[in-house]
Design a protein around this ligand. Sequence first.
Ligand SMILES: [Mg+2]
Length: 497
Amino acid sequence: MHVILLLLHPLVFPSHLALIPVISKNSVNPDTIFANNEMSLGDIEIYGFDYDYTLAFYSRHLHTLIFNIARDILIQEHRYPEGLREYEYIPNFVVRGLHYDVQRALLMKIDAFHYIQLGTVYRGLHPVPDKEVIAMYDGCHVPLENMSDFYGKSSHGHTMKQYMDIFSLPEMNLLCSVNDYFMKHNIDYEPVHLYKDVKEAIGDVHVKGIMYRAVEADIENYISYGEQTHAVLKKLYEDGKKMFLITNSPFDFVDRGMNYIVGKDWRDLFDIVIVQADKPGFFNDRRKPFRRVTDKGVLHWDRIHKLEKGKIYKQGNLYEFLRLTGWRGSKVLYFGDHIYSDLADLTLKHGWRTGAIIPELRKEIKIMNTEECVHLMTWLQGLTGLIEHMQVHRDPASQAVVQEWIKEREAMRSQTKDIFNGQFGSLFRTYHNPTYFSRRLSRFADIYMASLSCLLNYDFHHTFFPRRTPLQHESPFWPEQTSRGRDGFHCDTLSKT
Ligand SMILES: [Mg+2]
């Protein structure tokens, strides 16, 4: 319909229609493994895994559980108002990778160029008007020194904390809820203290073992898709691959979960099992030695000269792990869901190949495949191309049309955000740009996928090739431009040479 209207427009010549991309009929399979960097499974001899959200995928009941326990800790131990009990976990309110301005108590999405995406700044449970955001930040740009340092590892002294963990969804939600309560009741508070209290309460849910006990007591309710994980591990084992586990979780918790996912013989599949590893410190800190723990959790103090199959080790560090196993370089592939804690150091320092597990991909791809989304994106792309080309006509009539298109594009940009998440949009994009999260994902993960089960669709000699999308200077128009536009350019160029 848009194309017909365009044809009638005096400013638009038929040749301009080449700027409108053809609507793609190919939908993306949510079980695809995507490559940032070329990698062949044929080269991989050793597979390593994180546990939580990599081998064990949790249902959303876990977020509600974490939220409720942390909220009650705030009330009982930090003496926060009883009225907070009215707040419940809101599924799909936040997305991963958001930044939180600790001093201003604002949650927001930031793009790969450190710009705040207007329309995604939340105080409590409500959006902050764009004008107010621009006045507060003197624009939309957040200087590097305000961001968490070295890929989010430490937020010490920095005002912007990034939430990269799937476990942090309830934490963001709780922060928003408490902020909301304080604002509603005109309670004066110090935002930095609130941030620290919520962080501590959430930390206690893990550290004091409350979450572990709750999950262990009702495992069927919390762990999902166990059969698929089991099938992947079995397939790798039968193919003679070496496998290891490095997790921050304690042994009894992992043991209970793996018993449920694989069965009581789960340890037969793994050559090495390391628990309470303290990642990302595990990848950096050479000082912590490995310790052996028994099934009952008893710690042995003897020096470790060998990491043996069937035994359980605690802590340690990667340098020692490499020395004892010799498992170095690109024959090792490690999977994790935390882009910083699991994958950053392996890519930057140690040269293992990395696979990111991004469960959100499945939902986002399903949305991308809907007819509504395909039409929206195609038209947005076409409109952007038209604006770029037509802006050169400076006469008032043409400018009026261009201004109309600009307005329409603005309106469509919010639609393309809301289609993924009403508050914060897609995990991967801020309007046209990649998010801060996306850029780090492409830097630290060789491949990424919705879940480990995607591996079941490939044989172990498969090579993953990143698509050769044109760089900005390689394409005359838009990276997603159809062959129609590019071919046209090609022929013209060739005929001139
Ligand atoms: Mg994890």
